[in-house]
Design a protein around this ligand. Structure first.
Ligand code: GTP
Ligand code: MG
Length: 356
């Protein structure tokens, strides 16, 4: 009877996860409005630099978008002769958008990565308004967006549900704030993919960056800004030729994800890499116990949690996570494990308690 009730609970939990996530997805109307906004801004930017395009990236097109999430846009300039610097362009486009649109415009031309922040205040037709960041020439962001989307396409029912739930949960538990010492949505998403590719045995997902290329490509076609950005992106072939031998339900995977990152993962010396699996901090030069002496106190916090970007490999996506932040995140993983394994009468109650 015990085994049966475990199975029943896991089935109930999986069904509850689907129902939990479904109403949080963006509506078709919201997506259409955002696309209109992109087209409008693109048209304005083209009056300054005709060879520019405005592309979406991040959650509005990696299939991990939630209702009312921010828009991430990037301005790409195809004309290599265009003489304008990103910082000049930010200032000029900022002025133009201020004159020609209802957006509140905040250009940040001096930031390490120049961006323009746009906000549209809520209105009856758009009850949550729109928040949008426009970056410049960040082509790697488009590639990692495409990589995440391709992973999602392989097994949408399990992957999207897991990632979307973790995003909602981490926001509600206030551990999704890179500016306050915790981790970005992008970081949590990479943790889920790492777990499905490299921790689960048999794996739920293949490693798209290591599948032998079927079509040989020239080196130039595979690199972008000096990075190897190749991955297997032929979803048609993947659907036909790859199937996972792992049949765990999404509820089971979620519990085990929390358990793994509560107790089993070696935070002290391991780097999470979806490209290469478990790496040592030492091999990346990402130790956090180096003697920083009188240097910036925060430097010691830089590599507490280590998540290698899939393409920008020298870059730790979790560099924002402080010692306290990691302590809080792990505490939340433990709390989640406890709540989900306590097996209340109905799984939906566990999810509600988890996200309070
Ligand atoms: P929400 O905005 O919370 O809905 O999630 P999101 O999926 O848009 O994630 P997030 O805002 O964290 O990141 C948006 C995109 O920016 C990601 O898909 C990446 O392409 C890029 N990005 C975010 N953080 C990093 C980072 O630390 N390094 C790199 N290279 N890219 C990042
Ligand atoms: Mg975003």
């Amino acid at each position: 009877p015990h085994a049966l009730s475990t199975r029943q609970y896991l089935t109930d939990l999986s069904t509850s996860l689907f129902s939990f996530v479904l109403p949080l997805l963006p509506t078709a109307e919201e997506l259409a409005t955002k696309e209109e906004v992109r087209v409008l801004i693109e048209r304005l930017i083209k009056t300054i630099e005709p060879s520019s395009r405005l592309a979406s990236f991040g959650s509005s097109c990696n299939s991990f978008g939630l209702r009312n999430s921010d828009m991430d846009l990037v301005c790409l300039i195809d004309n290599k002769e265009a003489a304008l610097h990103a910082s000049d362009l930010v200032a000029m486009i900022g002025d133009l958008l201020e004159r020609e649109t209802n957006f509140e415009v905040k250009p940040l031309p001096k930031a390490r990565i120049p961006i323009i922040k746009l906000t549209l205040q809520p209105s009856p037709g758009l009850p949550y308004g729109i928040a949008c960041d426009i970056g410049f020439e960040n082509r790697l962001a488009l590639e990692n967006t495409r990589l995440l989307l391709t992973y999602a396409t392989i097994d949408p029912a399990r992957i999207r549900t897991l990632v979307l739930f973790l995003k909602v949960w981490s926001k509600r538990r206030k551990i999704n704030s890179p500016y306050k010492g915790t981790l970005s949505s992008y970081g949590y998403t990479l943790m889920v993919i790492f777990y499905l590719v490299h921790v689960k045995n048999p794996p739920v997902l293949p490693n798209l960056q290591r599948i032998a290329p079927l079509r040989p490509m020239t080196k130039e076609e595979m690199t972008l800004e000096g990075r190897d950005v190749w991955f297997f992106d032929d979803t048609e072939t993947l659907r036909k030729e790859w199937s996972s031998a792992n049949f765990e339900s999404v509820g089971e995977l979620l519990i085990d994800f929390f358990r793994y990152f509560s107790h089993d993962f070696q935070y002290n010396n391991t780097v999470i890499s979806i490209r290469a699996g478990h790496l040592t901090k030492e091999s990346k030069g990402w130790m956090n116990d180096i003697d920083v002496g009188g240097l910036n106190e925060n430097a010691r916090d830089r590599n507490r949690l280590c998540i290698e970007d899939p393409f920008e490999t020298p870059y730790n996506v979790a560099r924002t996570v402080t010692k306290d932040g990691l302590y809080t995140i792990r505490g939340e993983f433990m709390r989640a494990t406890r709540i989900l394994t306590a097996r209340p009468e109905r799984a939906v109650l566990a999810l509600a308690e988890l996200c309070i």
